[in-house]
Design a protein around this ligand. Structure first.
Ligand code: NZQ
Ligand code: ZN
Length: 382
């Protein structure tokens, strides 16, 4: 196991009916800005619960945060914060609303130029406004990590940042808020959480981080067992609770402690979203089987372990069968796994390869996924 230090300060408030607890978590006298997306929270009753909970606070709202949130939209919220002297943010929605709110919180306090520098040049975040959230879509783990991914629409760039100041103060996880998710988002969420685990598990190491490996497999087994059930029985509380908690665990830092991490699937996927607008989960379902195939030798011990522990595969062709099992699982939750399923082909591959080549990034846990290797990965996924 590698050396590590870690901290996760997020207070989790879990369960049906817990949205009212936000009133006890936001410091008294705060001027609150509720941030949300395109209106799903108004249709499923979450907005009403939140508004009731913050009765007594001076509050404002900022809506219209899009999936794969835009820097341009976030900066409008920053202007509102300055105009109204807001001092606490409450994000209500999916990962996009949470990520946008993290960036807004940092950008509102950024004094070293254009806040886009936080993403483009890793400019240091020295402070951020405090914020909490009510998460309504289990997938990203954003509710219990300090990371965020923001898109600059003008230049079609989708980039990530993280800082010790952008952990939520608290996150409310009420599984009943997820009953209203469309099937497409259920599938996307399951794939995203699954791939988060893979980015931290499916590397060259095997056997010397047993606790992390066992924890990673427990998360994935939960997703494999209950992902398809959420599609069949959307209002099954137990299933939704399991998916919500598993998604949080998939990216809250614990299974990353002391192990190498990959993240190539995410980095390649971000480009497909930036250029073509595919959902985050869709891009991962395309790319991961390609990464597993091309990096098969480097990752072989972990791929066979995944096959054995999660999919019950135990034979001579375990590596290939496990890769196929992963692809089949993504398809089973309704997420298509080939570029052609989304009308993309060679042109898209070259666009992504050329972008990554310009950046000079070498991806993966061994930093051996060059632009040419990305071409090989995506060509397999046509
Ligand atoms: O905008 P509204 O109307 O709220 O609708 C949303 C949106 O259209 C809808 N939705 C959310 N909760 C719902 C619901 N509809 C009905 N009922 C509910 N309960 O779902 C749509 C997608 O929402 P979005 O927030 O975009 O999805 P998700 O949570 O998958 O977030 C994806 C974003 O998170 C980033 C992705 O790159 C992408 O931008 N990620 C963030 C990470 C992090 N912070 O650690 C890690 C991830 O790898 C990921 O990159
Ligand atoms: Zn992800």
């Amino acid at each position: 196991m590698e050396n590590f230090s870690m901290v996760n300060p997020v207070k989790i408030i879990f369960g049906e009916g817990m949205i009212k607890e936000v009133a006890n978590e936001i410091p008294k006298g705060s001027k609150v800005l509720i941030t949300y997306g395109g209106g799903s929270i108004k249709k499923n009753g979450v907005y009403d619960q939140v508004v009731k909970a913050i009765d007594g606070f001076e509050w404002y709202e900022f809506s219209g945060i899009e999936p794969n949130p835009h820097y341009e939209t976030c900066m409008k919220a920053v202007a509102l914060i300055k105009e109204k002297s807001i001092d606490f943010l409450l994000a209500v929605g999916g990962g996009s609303v949470l990520d946008a709110t993290k960036f807004i919180a940092a950008a509102a306090c950024f004094e070293d130029g254009d806040p886009w520098l936080i993403l483009s040049k890793h400019a240091e975040v020295k402070k951020a406004l405090p914020f909490g959230d009510v998460i309504t879509l289990p997938a990203t783990g954003s509710e219990m990590n300090s990371g965020a991914v923001i898109t600059k629409a003008e230049t079609q760039e989708k980039l990530a940042f993280g800082s010790p100041f952008t952990f939520p103060k608290f996150s409310v996880l009420d599984p009943t808020t997820t009953y209203s998710m469309p099937p497409r988002q259920i599938g996307n969420g399951v794939v995203d959480a699954f791939v988060h685990v893979m980015e931290q598990y499916l590397t060259y190491n095997e056997g010397d981080s047993l606790l992390q490996d066992n924890m990673a497999e427990a998360i994935v087994k939960t997703l494999v067992a209950d992902g398809p059930k959420a599609l069949k029985t959307p209002e099954n509380y137990g299933v939704r609770a399991n998916l919500m908690w598993a998604s949080t665990w998939a990216l809250n830092g614990w299974i990353a402690a002391g192990v190498p991490e990959d993240w190539a699937t995410h980095m390649i996927g971000h480009e497909l979203t930036a250029f073509y607008g595919l959902d985050h989960g869709q891009t991962l379902a395309i790319v991961l089987p390609g990464v597993m195939t091309v990096l098969k030798e480097q990752k072989s011990k972990k791929i066979t372990r995944l096959g054995r522990e999660v999919f019950g595969i135990n034979d001579n062709d375990a590596t290939n069968r496990t890769i196929k099992a992963v692809e089949n699982f993504f398809e089973s939750v309704g997420v298509k796994t080939h570029l052609s399923d989304y009308g993309l082909g060679d042109e898209a591959i070259e666009k992504v390869v050329s972008r990554l080549s310009q950046r000079g990034w070498k991806l993966g846990e061994c930093e051996n996924i060059t632009a040419d290797v990305v071409r090989e990965i995506l060509t397999l996924r046509k």
